[in-house]
Ligand binder design. Structure first.
Ligand code: C2O
Ligand code: CU
Length: 591
């Protein structure tokens, strides 16, 4: 199935254009946030009649009926394609009945506008039901990005979409590698649950119920539940992508994330030439498949050089989406222009056939060195490392994390350096009445019980200092970490196995066994930490503000797997507009 009236509206937005030097526009959008559901009345006779599935406001997802939180009654929400330096203006109308909302512009650095970063109680007040908040920011970072609610579970119930910042051709080092860069070649991936995420979360949190995602959605579409009516059987339509024979097409992909569900993407009969990660150009790598973790974005070029026809684009879920659980996978159709039908004879009928064997990039849970696959730490950036990141860092933070159980109430939580994150009750960024004495870190813990603490974990660094972060996984589960406000260099990654601790990695580092690469180190803003291993990052803290740093799996964030870097400005930060809503109670910010 192809374009719907809604995607056509997005494609006709005046900001969707070829970027030209000096043509800077203001791009306006209205986002109405509502409770909605899949297979609503708007869907008519979908899935029995696929024309009905394409109706305005019909969200059919994987054929399972369930409640959703949507923007403009769409799944995913509207896509935004703009040019670098455009000003993006989005009116977010909260029409949810009871819940507040927010939107984070994942990959945009918000230089000079940190209060537009969309983290409730950190960079803004939550957008209350019945109110509208206007986001206004400059699309400073070129590349494939993503917008999503940063409130509770909304992004895992449907409130997310693509945000792509295009460039003038001359400023893209890879412009000669592709012929087309079509917004229709953006693939928005997510793992998907058969009911509200919050229900699944309380079941897990309070009853240890292990209900995992049953499928994946590609641009909100997929095939899972077979509907039956008399002798008729029908499934919902798959997403389709059309390519021109002989042309080299740039694809842009991103993954939302609910549970721990890395997704492996591959295309039958075609290799992928990977050219960018999280918006940053890398030295091109030809691969057979690519693993995408929650919060990551990857761009690749697909050359339509095979026999004219249709081919499967395959998506295989791992970990919580893997064979130990519900073996979640999905398909989409790659169609050469002018061909009909679906790739029937090669139809994968099971999870196991939804991968193309061969060389893989960003492999799950592996350390560099094997040579039969490549990790994110082994990619090389196109340009030499800009800043001097090899000098002695001004700050080194060792962060270990793991799950732990509390007795009263009996719940599973996650800590970073012994602290489960708790937000302040008002945004410290622009509300001076916030009591910052409640902020905590490893040496100033607050609100502790049974050895673990619950407080706003804030690490302060001065503007322009060089920060090194060593993430040590003691949980033996692979987690993708995302930093707001900056990109970081991935300079090291390694794996030791079960029983590894921060102290042990520190000892290994002291004896020179933790390698750091500074040459053409890849820039990213989301990176995985191999289980029982470590990842080393460095970034220049050039952007003043309060920047969240967290695991991008919603269930883990909600269990406390987050913290904040406060980059204290040397110079007076631009004052926030004085009409920003205020919230919280001054002086009684007690924990
Ligand atoms: Cu896309 Cu704070 O995350
Ligand atoms: Cu996690």
């Amino acid at each position: 199935m192809q374009d719907t009236p809604d995607t056509l509206t997005d494609l006709h937005h005046p900001c969707v254009r070829s970027c030209v030097e000096g043509d800077r526009r203001e791009c306006h959008y209205i986002f109405t946030v509502e409770w909605y559901r899949s297979l609503s009345l708007e869907c008519g006779d979908c899935p029995f009649n696929h024309t009905h599935c394409a109706s305005h406001h019909c969200v059919f997802a994987d054929g399972v009926q369930r409640p959703l939180v949507t923007v403009n009654r769409r799944l995913p929400g509207p896509f935004i394609h703009v040019c670098q330096w455009d000003e993006v203006v989005v009116n977010v109308e909260n029409d949810l009945h009871l819940d507040s909302t927010s939107i984070h512009w994942h990959g945009i650095h918000q230089r000079g506008t940190p209060y537009m970063d969309g983290v409730p109680f950190l960079t803004q007040c939550p957008i209350l039901p019945g109110t509208t908040f206007r986001y206004r920011f400059v699309a400073d970072e070129p590349g494939t990005h993503y917008w999503h609610s940063h409130s509770g579970f909304q992004r895992t119930d449907g409130m997310f979409g693509a945000l792509v910042v295009h460039q003038v051709p001359a400023s893209d080092p890879h412009v000669t590698l592709y012929d087309t860069d079509d917004p229709k070649h953006t693939l928005v991936l997510t793992d998907w649950l058969n009911g509200l995420s919050f229900h699944k979360f309380i079941n897990l949190h309070s009853a240890q119920d292990q209900d995992k995602p049953h499928t994946l959605l590609i641009n909100g579409r997929g095939r899972f539940l077979t509907h039956k009516r008399g002798n008729e059987e029908a499934t919902t339509p798959l997403h389709e992508v059309t390519v021109k024979a002989g042309k080299r097409h740039r694809f842009r992909t991103l993954s939302n994330s609910i549970r721990n569900c890395p997704i492996v993407i591959s295309v039958d009969n075609h290799t992928l030439l990977v050219i960018a990660a999280d918006g940053h150009p890398i030295q091109p790598i030809t691969v057979d498949s690519l693993t995408i973790y929650g919060g990551e974005r990857w761009d690749f070029v697909l050359t339509a050089n095979q026999e004219q026809g249709t081919y499967w684009i395959k998506f295989q879920g791992l970990m919580h989406c893997g064979t130990r659980h519900k073996a979640a996978y999905q398909l989409a159709v790659l169609r050469y222009e002018g061909t009909e039908g679906v790739p029937d004879t090669r139809a994968p009928t099971s999870y196991h056939t939804t991968i193309r064997e061969g060389f893989q990039l960003n492999t799950l849970d592996n350390a560099p060195g094997d040579g039969t696959f490549l990790t994110a730490a082994e990619m090389r950036s196109v340009t030499p490392t800009k800043e001097d990141i090899s000098r002695h860092p001004d700050h080194t933070f060792w962060l270990n994390f793991n799950f732990y159980a509390t007795k009263n109430p009996p719940q599973v939580m996650v800590h970073i350096n012994g602290i489960s994150f708790k937000l302040p009750s008002a945004p410290p960024l622009y509300q001076p009445n916030v009591d910052t004495s409640i902020f905590c870190n490893e040496t100033s813990r607050k609100n502790c019980d049974e050895g673990f603490c619950h407080c706003p974990h804030v690490l302060t660094v001065k503007q322009d200092s060089l920060v090194e972060v060593v993430l040590v996984d003691e949980s033996f589960v692979n987690h993708p970490f995302h930093l707001h406000g900056h990109s970081f260099y991935v300079i090291g990654m390694g794996q030791f196995g079960p029983g590894i601790t921060k102290t042990k990695v520190q000892e290994l580092d002291a004896s020179g066994q933790v390698n750091r690469n500074f040459e053409h180190a890849p820039l990213k803003d989301t990176v995985t930490v191999p289980s029982g291993g470590y990842t080393v990052l460095r970034f220049l803290a050039s952007n003043p503000g309060y920047w969240l740093f967290h695991c991008h799996l919603t269930f883990h964030v909600e269990m406390g797997m987050a913290m904040v870097f406060y980059v204290a400005g040397n110079h007076a930060a631009p004052p926030p507009p004085d009409d920003l809503p205020r919230c919280g109670l001054s002086g009684i910010d007690a924990l």
